[in-house]
Design a binder for this molecule. Structure first.
Ligand code: AKG
Length: 397
């Protein structure tokens, strides 16, 4: 029997010891009794060598490199420290120009609140379909809120492998926007059998809205504008949309790459602030390459939407992203969309001091131009959401 130096080393170091056998030496190796005693160690060595090789191959052939999405500590922006805010703003600006995505830490959002949200969401999605359907989206009409099952939401015409809950600003029947039957405005649907869910979601949305204002101050400073520029013109009374998604584990996922949790798309508004659990699966198109944006403890992932692309004439591009849950378990995510006011007309900002890129319509996932669009943000967002739920759009919008 022949064996390589590597296998003899492994055999001597681990398996022989476990089997209480004396180590093989150069002298004893030639004896047939020693070879027999060590036969099972050799086969274990072979399996181990094979597994080692397989790991190396998987690594070499992995299609998506690990993340280079920058991580930015925004605590100086949160605390409004005048001598340090600009440095944070510059890091944000750099990330917006290179990736369109960045992680934030030092944001000050309560871990306890985040844990409550995650636990209650797990409980909600673990229920049977009939129970979840008690708050199905069709029941909220034009307010466009509630639960949708796996396969109901489409990206680029294809069903996404996710189920979810849609929420928005909680408005009562006397609110003038609700009286005027403005789409995407109204009351949320909350599960009657989970009494704490409502307040947790509302508290989380309030915290995210404050964080959205903070980040927009940083984005304004990064463009050489006064910190309150966006609040003064577009986001003082933002349209905020909040979603909770559950991407169930699909055994076929391993064979079929096309079972996207969410297909390639860009977000519609100015800024998305995403909380993801630790399953992974978010992929970001950075400078024409797909890279992973894996979970980073205590962070949120932020990305630019189409309206910031339009406002900056493409200086800050909205970045395509997608989700593939390969974690072998369900994945939860919590995107919060901090968007311009529904009625706002989005006009490009004067950025004569920077060199602007060409229109990217030809490369965009939806083949449209965010720069040539005419109308309010409400017109833009309604055009988009009606494509993701075409049946619901026919019935309620
Ligand atoms: O679930 C995620 O990680 C991302 C969700 C997303 O891309 C979206 O809602 O626009």
């Amino acid at each position: 029997m022949k064996t390589s130096k590597y296998r003899r080393e492994v055999c001597r170091d681990t398996f022989c010891e476990a089997a209480n056998l004396p180590p093989i030496t150069r002298q004893s190796y030639s004896r047939s009794s020693i070879q027999n005693d060590h036969r099972s160690c050799f086969s274990k060595c072979l399996v181990r060598s094979f597994l080692f090789l397989q790991t190396q191959l998987n690594f070499i052939m992995a299609p998506i490199p690990t993340s280079s999405v920058p991580i930015i500590d925004i605590s100086a922006l949160v605390q409004q420290l005048p001598d340090q805010e600009q440095a944070v703003a510059e890091a944000i600006g750099q990330a917006c120009r290179t990736h369109g995505f960045f992680y934030i830490i030092g944001h000050g959002i309560s871990e306890e609140l985040q844990n409550q949200l995650e636990q209650q969401s797990q409980l909600f999605f673990a229920q049977d379909l009939a129970t979840k359907n008690q708050i199905r989206m069709a029941l909220a009409g034009k307010a466009w809120r509630g639960f949708f099952p796996v396969g109901d939401e489409l990206t680029s015409g294809k069903p996404d492998m996710k189920e979810g809950l849609y929420f928005g600003i909680e408005l009562g029947p006397d609110d003038p926007r609700v009286k005027a039957e403005l789409p995407l405005h109204g009351a949320n649907l909350f599960p009657a059998n989970m009494p704490e869910f409502r307040q947790t979601v509302l508290n989380y949305m309030a915290a995210m809205t404050t964080l959205g204002h903070t980040l927009m101050r940083g984005i304004a400073l990064s463009l050489g504008l006064e910190a309150s520029f966006f609040a003064n013109h577009y986001t003082g009374d933002p349209l905020t949309l909040f979603r909770i998604f559950n991407y169930p584990y699909h055994p076929q996922q391993e064979q079929q790459e096309q079972l996207w949790g969410v297909g390639e798309h860009t977000d519609y508004g100015v800024l998305t602030i995403l909380k993801q659990d630790d399953a992974g699966g978010l992929q970001v198109k950075s400078q024409s390459n797909w890279i992973e944006a894996p979970p980073v403890p205590h962070s949120f992932v932020c990305n630019i939407g189409d309206m910031l692309d339009r406002l900056t004439r493409g200086f800050y591009r909205s970045t395509p992203h997608r989700v593939l849950n390969t974690s072998q378990r369900d994945r939860l995510s919590f995107p919060f969309f901090f968007d311009p006011n529904f009625e706002a007309a989005i006009e490009p900002i004067d950025l004569s001091h920077v060199q602007l890129p060409d229109d990217d319509q030809a490369e965009r996932w939806d083949g449209t131009s965010v720069h040539r669009f005419e109308g309010t943000y409400g017109d833009y967002v309604l055009g988009k959401v009606s494509k993701v739920f075409p049946d619901l759009q026919k019935d309620v919008l």
